[in-house]
Every structure is written in C-alpha cells, then in structure tokens.
Write a protein that binds this ligand. Structure first.
Ligand SMILES: Cc1cc2nc3c(=O)[nH]c(=O)nc-3n(C[C@H](O)[C@H](O)[C@H](O)COP(=O)(O)OP(=O)(O)OC[C@H]3O[C@@H](n4cnc5c(N)ncnc54)[C@H](O)[C@@H]3O)c2cc1C
Length: 414
C-alpha cells in the first residue's frame, strides 16, 4: 500500500516513521522548501514520549530536551496555588520532555530521511487538492518555487498540513479562519540562570494575564545554564486577530509593561523578557471540532484535524497519538477505508473533548479560580480552594488527555 502524507510537521513525520515501521511505502510532501528548526518550546507528555520511544527516538530526546520534573501554578502575586511532579519523578513509566520545537522537528526529520530515504521527503511541494477514485486517491501538488503542478496517485492520503490544512479547506470551504480567543501570546527564549530546580515548568496569573516559563535545553543545563522558553499572554480588545504566523516578530514594548511588577524571590520576569533576543506574536486560536475527519481514503491528522489552544501542553502530543492510532489502524485492516474510519472513531471524540476543555482553561482552571476567589492574594491557597478541588482538576484533565498515570502504568505492564 502506498500512503501519501502532506506536511512534514511533528504529526506528519511521526506518522511517516510509524507507517514505515509497519512496512508501508510512504512519501511525505512538505510545502516549505528548506525545513528549518523554527518555533520555540513545546512539551511532550509521557504518552507521546512512549510513542516516540517506540520509534527509537528516546535517546535523542533525552540528549536534547529537559526531562520535566514538576509543573507549578502561581497567582499573579507569585503565590503558589498547586504543584505536581511530572514524568518519571511522578512515577510515570516514561518521562515528560520540555524541548525546542525546531530541534524536535529536526530529530524527526533526520530519522525519517534515514528510514524512508531522503527522496521520500519531498520539500517545496504543497498539497493543492485531493480526490478519491474507485481504488485509490489522486493528490495535486504545487511546487512553491515556480507554481508547477503534478499529480500523485496512491492508496491513501493523510493531510497533516497544520491549522490551515488544504484538505480541510477543500472539504469545509465555509469554515473560514481559525477562531480567535481574544488573547495574544508572545513567545521567546532567554539564556539565563536556572530557576526553581532547573527542570520545572511554571505558570502564573489567570486567563486574562499569564506568564509561562520552562527550560528546554539539556546541553545548556549540563553547563549550569538554562535556555528558558517563555510565553507572555494578555487579553486584548477587538475581535480581529493578527496573522497567525509563527514567525511574526514584534517589539517587547507591545506587552512588557503589563508584567513590570512580576518579580519574585525565585524568578525575575521583567529581566527574562528584557534579555530575550526576538519575540514572536501568535494569537490564541483553535477551530470547532469537526463531524468527520475521514472520507473514504482521505483523512486529516494533528492540527489539521483538531487545532487546540496551547493549554495543557497537548498540541504536539495529540498529533503523535493520532499518528500511532492511524498507523495501527492501517496495519490492522486490509481495507484502508475501514482503517481510516476506525482512526476517526477512536481519535476524533477524544481530541474534540480536549479542544473544548482547553476553551475552559483545561488544567489552568486552578489559576482562574484563585483569581476569582482571591484577587488580592492569600496567605494559604487552601483558604480559598480546597486541596481536593485542586487535585480533582489536575486528575480530570490527565484522564481527558489520556495521560493518567494508572492507565500508562497498565500499558507499560501489558
Ligand atoms: C513554523 C511553526 C512553528 C511552530 N512553533 C511552535 C512553538 O513554538 N510552540 C508550540 O507549542 N507549537 C508550535 N507550532 C505548532 C506545533 O508544532 C503544532 O501544534 C503541533 O506540533 C501539531 O503538529 P502538526 O504536525 O499537526 O502541524 P504543524 O506543526 O503545523 O505542521 C504542519 C506542516 O505542514 C506544512 N504544510 C502546510 N500546508 C501544507 C500543504 N498544503 N501541503 C504540504 N505541507 C503543508 C507546514 O509547513 C508544516 O511543516 C509551530 C508550528 C509551525 C508550523
């Protein structure tokens, strides 16, 4: 069976590797001519690390990213709301990694080129349109360099082409642009001193003003320094989002005043912002869940299928889980249409639930509760939110996103 994948992002490349391991002939077509290590930090949750481990990538991840030790939530005064261990330290059978998105992409790209052969990762070609005929699919690709077009025939096409997916647009021409939450994110990295234990991730504030930071470079950690990925987020007026382009650079003066007083004994946020070289602006966007992802031999995967707010560290992890599920379905069904329907039935409801939970702040709900109940701060968080309530929010989200510890431990022992 020949399978085409449109998009060499985290989802598309993971799928290509997983399909290759199951003996399929795969070709990947990527719109960008020279894929580069773009983006800033990203988290890989233990269930996604398990899948990348099965593709032989665990050592590369451990050499590159930080094995996340804990996740901590604070209010806007820097007072602790909740903290929990993460990954191996929490007793999971697999670690969680905080990693540079571009470096993760390069790890996947190198592995895919080595496994499939470099000629099977075709760059500078974007999917324009796809259709199904009796026993196969036709996909029209356009060369970015000169607009030249050619048609590829195959048994299956998977569109892993991100939030502006061409196949999704072809199927749902009236869907329009992504849905804007009225919040903007400013993302950057700063080389600095390690904070907390040098392996932890923190979030402070509430849904209208938030700051998130975590270290993402294991080589720098070994030198006693930290490459700190950070995200400042603010609610903004107006309904028209700026371009959702991951490379849109803006001056710090657009947002830094809002965080001027956010200096606490263990972190100096204004200094982190000041020492960053480049800051990238991105609107908080997602799309409504779809009623179907698979039509016959064509399907969607990753952000093309379920773009979600970057809340709960889930976008890349869910794309990786999609890849595993789809590869298993294709390997387990002689009929590709049945395989794609199975994948749709398995993954679509789960990811739709995460999209909707993230609109309600996902696990970050604890920060919003603290803000609503004690905007001036508290002596002890348990005066305003019971431990059981905090625990229940954390547990519920892990179950929803598929990484509760009991379940992963069971999978490991199965
Ligand atoms: C440049 C870039 C930077 C990012 N930076 C961050 C970040 O810093 N932090 C973070 O949390 N998330 C970031 N993301 C998003 C994150 O990587 C995704 O949410 C997640 O990993 C899901 O991956 P995906 O493979 O489904 O989609 P994506 O990562 O969006 O990958 C889609 C791929 O498809 C390609 N493509 C698009 N249209 C076509 C087409 N018509 N034909 C063929 N190929 C096409 C794109 O060039 C891209 O390589 C970034 C995404 C991109 C594209």
């Amino acid at each position: 069976m020949r399978i085409l994948v449109a998009g060499a992002g985290i989802g598309g490349l993971t799928l290509a590797l997983a399909l290759h391991r199951r003996g399929f002939e795969v070709a990947v077509f990527e719109a960008v001519a020279g894929p580069r290590a773009l983006g800033v930090g990203i988290n890989l949750l233990p269930h996604a690390v398990k899948e990348l481990g099965e593709l032989g990538l665990l050592d590369a991840l451990a050499d590159t990213g930080i094995e996340t030790a804990s996740l901590r939530y604070y209010n806007k005064h820097g007072q602790p709301i909740w903290q929990e261990p993460r990954g191996l330290l929490a007793g999971y059978p697999w670690p969680q990694f905080s990693i540079h998105r571009g470096e993760l992409l390069m790890i996947l790209l190198r592995a895919a080129r080595a496994a499939l052969g470099p000629e099977r990762i075709v760059t500078g070609h974007e999917l324009a349109e796809a259709s199904q005929h009796g026993s196969g699919i036709s996909a029209r690709f356009r060369r970015r360099a000169d607009g030249g077009e050619h048609v590829e025939e195959a048994d299956v096409l998977v569109a892993a082409d991100g939030i502006h997916s061409a196949l999704r647009r072809q199927w749902f021409p009236d869907e329009g642009p992504p849905r804007f939450a009225g919040r903007l994110l400013w993302r950057a990295t700063t080389v600095g001193e390690p904070f907390l234990d040098g392996r932890s991730m923190f979030m402070a504030g509430h849904q209208d003003q938030k700051f998130v930071a975590y270290p993402i470079s294991e080589p720098l950690r070994r030198e006693g320094k930290a490459l700190i990925n950070w995200i400042a987020e603010l609610r903004v007026d107006g309904q028209t989002p700026p371009r959702d382009d991951w490379n849109r650079q803006v001056p710090k003066s657009v947002f830094d005043h809002a965080f001027a007083g956010w200096r606490w004994p263990w972190i100096d946020i204004p200094a982190l912002i000041r020492r960053a070289e480049a800051v990238y602006e991105f609107p908080l966007v997602d799309r409504d869940p779809l009623a179907c992802w698979s039509r016959g031999r064509l399907t969607l995967l990753g952000d093309a299928a379920h773009p979600m707010y970057p809340i709960g560290s889930n976008g890349a992890s869910q794309a990786i889980l999609d890849a595993r599920c789809l590869a298993d379905a294709l390997a387990g069904h002689a009929d590709p249409e049945a395989a794609l329907a199975r994948y749709d039935a398995e993954r679509r409801p789960k990811t739709a639930a995460i999209v909707m939970a993230n609109r309600r702040n996902g696990p970050e709900q604890v920060m919003q509760l603290a803000e609503e109940r004690a905007p001036q701060g508290f002596a002890d968080v348990h005066d305003v939110i019971a431990h059981e309530e905090l625990q229940a929010i954390a547990d519920r989200y892990k179950q929803l996103a598929g990484f509760d510890k009991a379940r992963l431990t069971q999978e490991k022992n199965a």
